[in-house]
Each structure stands twice: as structure tokens, then as C-alpha cells.
Design a protein around this ligand. Sequence first.
Ligand code: FAD
Ligand code: UDP
Length: 383
Amino acid sequence: MFDWLIVGAGFAGATLAERIATQRNEKVLVVDRRPHIGGNAYDRYNDDGLLIHEYGPHIFHTNSAAIFDHLSMFTEWRPYEHRVLGMVDNQLVPIPINLDTVNKLYNLNLTSEELPAWFAARAEKVDPIRTSEDVVVSVVGRELYEKFFQGYTRKQWGMDPSELDKSVTARVPTRTNQDDRYFTDEFQAMPKHGYTRMFEKMLDHPNISVMTQTDFRDIQNEVSFKQLIYSGPVDEYFDFRFGKLPYRSLKFQHETHDTEVMLPTGTVNYPQTEAYTRVSEYKYMTGQVHPKTAITYEYPSAEGDPYYPIPRPENAELYKKYEKLAMATPNVWFVGRLATYRYYNMDQVTGQALATFRRIQEALPLDGVKSNVITEPRFVAAE
Ligand code: FAD
Ligand code: UDP
């Protein structure tokens, strides 16, 4: 008899398993239908001994000290700031668009003070800003939008930016300085020994049992449990009662090359050409020293594992129906990118899971004996 069954061993499921096991002293069974823990953040050593991310490059970044401190209980960190170049008009230029991007593409010598006026002269007035097209053309104008965003987005999502919520392309800012980092978050680092090792540590507790290659649907009537935490696709949980929620998938082409370095930076984006959206080289992120190198191409696809919820109004409407059902389902907690249909990064899912844990504590208060086991998180400082 388990107190909790947790579906999914990714950031959502593993974060909650650890909290419940250590802070509530309750028995947890975590199941995942994949053959490994870590969800989409799973990494592994390939046949050549290179650490790769099975589901494409995962770079950790957050502005939340609380989330960073929490994960620091399970890993040391390697400082890493991701940089991306885009192949645009046959040149490699920084993405997000910054001062150097504009000067290189247009053969100009603008300063940071002059660039805002240059953008303003090209920006289109859009009111209200609703779509992923609006949010870009209203800042940099149509030409840069087409060069950097339209083609990439059509490939990645199989639809035009005008059909997607503004939040999608708004993930990528525009800069007037020379900052060429992809993220500007306060905390940017990679788990020193990889994500999988971090997840192993999170789940290593006598109260936690883990079963991989185990689908919830196959065992739900065989295992007894009091409460369920579900981090799989919400529409699947409800047998697609209102229809399928659209998710976008990817095919990953992993390659090893007999050279020490292949790319000029961690990721190169292809907004104008190629069937893939981007190619990434893991050694930049992991810092691994090795005579060979591993890269991954990402090919967007309609078929396959659900990787991305697709943010657009009709999907949000459909999700609301499932959310209403989820809220009316007692003893089941929906958490994570698939179960709450949110285009969340790893830190946001961790934050959501920690918030869910606080709600659990309120809804299911412990008796005096159990609450004695509560310990403060220990902070393991980054090196
Ligand atoms: P998941 O990691 O998807 O875990 C859910 C788990 O549930 C899965 O392992 C699945 O197998 C399991 N499951 C589902 N249904 C069942 C069932 N019926 N029975 C058993 N198990 C089931 N975020 C960042 O912060 N930085 C990045 O650089 C970044 N890059 C990304 C790149 C790509 C290509 C993708 C796709 C995502 C990226 N993300 C990144 C997002 C990140 O992957 C997610 O935020 C995070 O992994 C979500 O965690 P989760 O636990 O909600 O879901
Ligand atoms: N995007 C783009 N061109 C780029 C990079 C991003 O058009 O060179 C758009 C695209 O729609 C993409 C979104 O911005 O899906 C978010 O980019 P991000 O790099 O955050 O995507 P993720 O890493 O989540 O796949």
C-alpha cells in the first residue's frame, strides 16, 4: 500500500516525490513509461562516452533563488551561459537580435544609443498585441521578423506566428546592447554531473520506489494508493473526452563526430534554411573534455511524443475544459508541462511542483508525529 502514486519521473514528479518522502515521511511509488527517470531532461553517456541530452539541449536558468537553492540539494553546478548564433542571409549572427546582429547584417556601425531609433523607424504599430507575429513586428519591424522568426516558427510549430499566442516568440527578447547570452537570468548553470544524476539523488530515499517502463494505465488498478500525482498529458488522463489537446513533437538526430569541436557556440539556429530548426553541441554545456564531440539536430514533427503544448486561443479553451474536470477530480494532483498544458521551462515546473507541495500540506495536514520529520533544505553551494 502506497500513500502516493506519482505518474512521471520528470521535474514535476521527482520534485514532489522527494518532498513527500522527506517532509511527510509517506510512501511513494513513482512510475514512468519511459525506460528512465528525468523526463525530458534525461541525459546519458552515449556509446562514445559523451554526455548527451536524449530529448534535445536542456539549459538550466532561473531568476528564483528559492528554486535554485532547492535543486542545489541534489546537485553541484557548473556555471554555463548559453549563446546562440543564427544562420541568417548566409552569415552567423547573434540571437537574440542585438546591436552586433544589426550591424553585421546591415553593414552598419550603429551605437547602443542609436539602435532604438533604428528599430523604431521599422517597427509596425500593432494594437492590441496578440500574436507571435505582433510581438516581433511591433518591436523590430517586418524584415527582421521574416529573417529571424517567421521561417523558424513555421518549421517549429507547423503554423505561422500570426496563429500563435504572443508568449511564444516573446520568449526571445530584442536587445540594443552587445549582450549575446540567450538568457539573462540571475542563475545560469548546468548540473555538474548531469540531470540524470541529479534525479537519482532526488529519488534516492527509503520511502520512494521507482518503476520505469511502467504505464500508469496498466497498473492503476493493481497498485493501491491514497493520492495520485499525475504529470502526463491531461487529455490522456481523461481519455480524450473533449478531443485531443494538440502537442508539437520533435525528432532528434544525435550524431558523434571525430573532432574535438564542431560548432562555434552551444547552438546554431536555422531560421531561413534546412528542415531542422537548430543544432546543438553538448560539450559547451557539459564542459566535457573528449577527443570526439556529440551534436543533436532537432526536426519538428506533428507525430511523436508530446513535447510542446501549443499556445493559441482555441487550445487554451479546450484545456480549460480539461482543467475544470481536473479540479473536480478528488485526490488527484495535476502538475507539470503536460498535465497543466503550459509551455514551462524546468525551473517553472520545479516552482509549480513546490507550490503544489505547499497546497498538499495545507489540504492534508500531518499529525504531530509525522511533522517531526520536517527538515530545512540544506544549501549546497555552487563551486
Ligand atoms: P516531463 O519531463 O515530460 O515528464 C513527464 C513524464 O511523465 C515523462 O517522462 C513521461 O514518460 C511520463 N508519463 C506520461 N504519461 C505517463 C503514463 N501514463 N504512465 C507513466 N508515465 C507517464 N527547459 C528549460 O528550462 N531549459 C531548456 O533549455 C529546455 N530545453 C528544452 C528542449 C526541448 C527540445 C524540450 C522538448 C523541452 C525543453 N525544456 C527546457 C522544457 C523541459 O523539458 C520541461 O520544462 C520539463 O522537462 C518538464 O518536466 P515535467 O515533469 O513537467 O514533464
Ligand atoms: N524563435 C524563432 N527564431 C529563433 C528562435 C526562436 O522564431 O531563432 C521563436 C520560435 O517560435 C520558438 C520560440 O521563438 O519556438 C521560442 O524559442 P525558444 O528558443 O525559447 O524555444 P525552445 O527552446 O523552447 O524550443
